[in-house]
Design a protein around this ligand. Structure first.
Ligand SMILES: NC(=O)c1ccc[n+]([C@@H]2O[C@H](COP(=O)([O-])OP(=O)(O)OC[C@H]3O[C@@H](n4cnc5c(N)ncnc54)[C@H](OP(=O)(O)O)[C@@H]3O)[C@@H](O)[C@H]2O)c1
Length: 337
């Protein structure tokens, strides 16, 4: 069977297609015939070696969905034909995070989903909602779950709260959709007015172009009548955290998620967090139990992931380049024939 792998190319990696043995399940594993995968900014980080991870020979991507084609001898919960998605952390079933899960992240420490067939832990998969296609379901494991976990399990978002989410990539568009469905007033930023118009059609109440309004924190402050946002989906990192701290409401929550502006320290004082009694939540995706709760919510509200573009299996490099361009709105998908 065919699989993409990362191969060392000097200081960075390249994608290579290789032939691998057809996998067979261990006693507590299943084999999934992958039908679709999706990209996250983390995969761009890995390919370009921005986080200095050793992944030579590793199959990329945390996100994929498909059908079970074989189950191990101890597996009773699953059968061939079941439609499933893999969990980002194969071993985080629920509850509090444990550092051991870092050794079980798909497409990072262990092989990921960009292959025709993959072996996964029977406890490291979820059933996908019937109304979603494989392409749509492949968008869920990282970006959607990160937004869901930030807003619900960790953020405790309530109807009527104000949510600010930055940019219109995978995590932020899911945050917009979840925020609207949970009854929040959602403010979203983007570098592109066309994307902001699209965000309004998905229910955003207020939008700010962060290119033309460099002081977007002041815009958020004004749009909330000097109260600030109760929840902020902070995907920018050091280059945006200062303004997020200016835009957060007293007693609010900042979900510290991303590194779109790099991995360095913030240049601003963290003092506003104290002065406003703000919670700063470090977020790393979410557990299988959160994934299952999110799928129930998606089904109840009939929320469909927003796919920007679907690439074929032979076009994986083009898909990575498309994500890197930042021209997308929502998710970038690769199908597996
Ligand atoms: N901690 C976790 O569990 C976790 C999980 C998922 C993702 N992440 C991180 O979260 C970030 C987003 O991931 P993703 O997969 O959603 O990325 P993505 O889909 O590649 O999002 C890219 C978009 O982010 C926006 N953006 C870029 N720079 C920005 C800035 N300075 N201010 C505001 N928006 C900016 C742009 O939107 P516009 O074109 O609209 O301007 C860009 O198109 C990444 O850093 C990723 O590593 C972390």
């Amino acid at each position: 069977m065919k699989a993409y792998v990362y191969r060392s190319a000097g200081d960075t990696y390249r994608l290579a297609v290789e032939e691998r043995p057809t996998p067979t399940p261990g006693p507590d594993q299943v084999v999934v015939r992958v039908r679709a995968t999706s990209l996250n900014y983390r995969d761009h980080i890995t390919l370009h070696n921005l986080a200095k991870r050793k992944v030579d020979g590793r199959i990329p991507l945390s996100d994929g969905a498909g059908e079970i084609i074989a189950v191990g001898t101890n597996v009773t919960d699953w059968k061939p034909g079941d439609r499933v998605a893999g969990c980002f952390f194969q071993t985080w079933d629920g509850g509090r995070f444990d550092l051991s899960h870092h050794k079980q992240d798909l497409g990072g420490s262990v092989d990921g989903m960009l292959a025709e067939e993959v072996v996964l832990r029977a406890g490291g998969i979820v059933r996908i909602p019937d109304f979603l296609s494989f392409e749509e379901a492949a968008c869920l494991p990282c970006a959607a779950l990160t937004a869901w976990y930030s807003l619900t399990t960790r953020g405790g978002l309530q109807p009527g709260d104000t949510l600010l989410t930055l940019g219109t990539g995978g995590v932020s568009v899911f945050a917009l959709q979840f925020g609207v469905a949970l009854g929040a007033k959602v403010i979203i930023t983007s570098s592109d007015d066309h994307k902001l118009a699209r965000a309004r059609s998905l229910g955003a109440s207020h939008t700010v172009n962060y290119r033309t309004h460099v002081d977007w924190d002041k815009e958020v402050w004004n749009q909330t009548n000097g109260r600030g946002a109760d929840h902020i989906i902070e995907v920018g990192g050091p280059g945006t955290l200062g303004r997020s701290m200016n835009a957060v409401a007293a007693g609010g929550t900042i979900a510290l998620i991303g590194v779109l502006t790099g991995f360095g320290p913030p240049t601003e004082s963290l003092f506003p967090l104290l002065g406003r009694n703000v919670s700063l939540n470090g977020i790393y995706v979410g557990s299988r139990a959160d994934f299952e709760a999110m799928n129930r919510f998606l089904t109840e509200k009939t929320i469909r992931p927003v796919m920007d573009r679907v690439f074929g299996f032979s076009e994986a490099e083009a898909a990575f380049s498309h994500l890197a361009s930042g021209s997308h709105f929502g998710k970038v998908v690769i199908t597996v024939p």
